[in-house]
Design a protein around this ligand. Structure first.
Ligand SMILES: Nc1nc2c(c(=O)[nH]1)N[C@@H](CN(C=O)c1ccc(C(=O)N[C@@H](CCC(=O)O)C(=O)O)cc1)CN2
Ligand code: GAR
Length: 191
């Protein structure tokens, strides 16, 4: 059984899609929602779907490895970053080497790195005059957005599209493909 921890900082629409997708799955089960924001709407998902929940404090997240014990207590085997806005520190990256993925709302390697999150990404894509954008699922290493790419999906950008229009298009791709990409990666890993 693969037990998932989903790390998110905000709304959690991707976390919701992932939880729904794996409902009743024989081998993959979301177990824990982790957030760095005590008022993040994503935490309500834990309540409504019977998952554990954990709120991170910056000092302990970066100054200790106590989180590893919490994840072990929940038997977490795989970590999903779904709109998580802090840099994951080396101890956690190392503990989940090749067992931690992130979703990025652009076609990496373009438009990644520090500062590239949320609407910042879509504004940059629009400002650059890109004719397409998309989403990337990638393994997580110690740097922002530089891990091995596992999956990408793209969509066209119309001249008239605003950054908000672009965000809507990309989020729709994320909702469609993130959970299947996780499933495919884990099934290939176990075969
Ligand atoms: N070690 C890693 N940690 C994280 C990765 C990663 O690939 N390796 N991905 C990010 C997610 N992400 C893009 O997909 C991302 C998130 C946030 C930032 C960013 O610039 N954050 C700000 C702080 C924002 C805040 O605290 O509100 C910053 O660091 O200044 C860039 C990319 C998750 N972690
Ligand atoms: N660079 C990280 C980043 O920008 N992640 C993005 O945050 C959003 C979270 O939405 P959600 O909370 O509704 O799932 C998603 O679009 C995700 O790609």
């Amino acid at each position: 059984m693969e037990n998932l921890a989903i790390f998110a900082s905000g709304t959690g629409s991707n976390a919701k899609k992932i939880i729904e997708y794996f409902e009743g799955h024989p081998n993959i089960r979301p177990r824990l929602i982790v957030s760095n924001n005590a008022s993040a709407p994503v935490l309500a998902l834990a309540e409504s779907h019977g998952l554990g929940q954990l709120v991170l404090k910056r000092a302990s997240f970066y100054g200790s490895e106590a989180l590893l014990e919490e994840l072990k207590a929940h038997k977490i085997t795989f970590v999903v970053l779904a709109g998580f806005l802090w840099l994951v520190p080396p101890y956690l990256v190392g503990a989940y080497k090749s067992r931690m993925v992130n979703i990025h709302p652009a076609l990496l390697p373009k438009f990644g790195g520090q500062g590239m999150y949320g609407m910042n990404v879509h504004r940059a894509v629009k400002a650059a005059g890109e004719q397409e954008t998309g989403m990337t699922v990638h393994l997580v290493n110690e740097a922002y957005d530089e891990g091995a790419v596992l999956f990408q999906a793209s969509c066209p950008i119309a001249e008239t599209d605003t950054p908000e229009d672009i965000a809507r298009k990309v989020l729709a791709l994320e909702h469609q493909y993130f959970a299947p990409a996780i499933e495919s990666y884990l099934q290939n890993k176990s075969s």
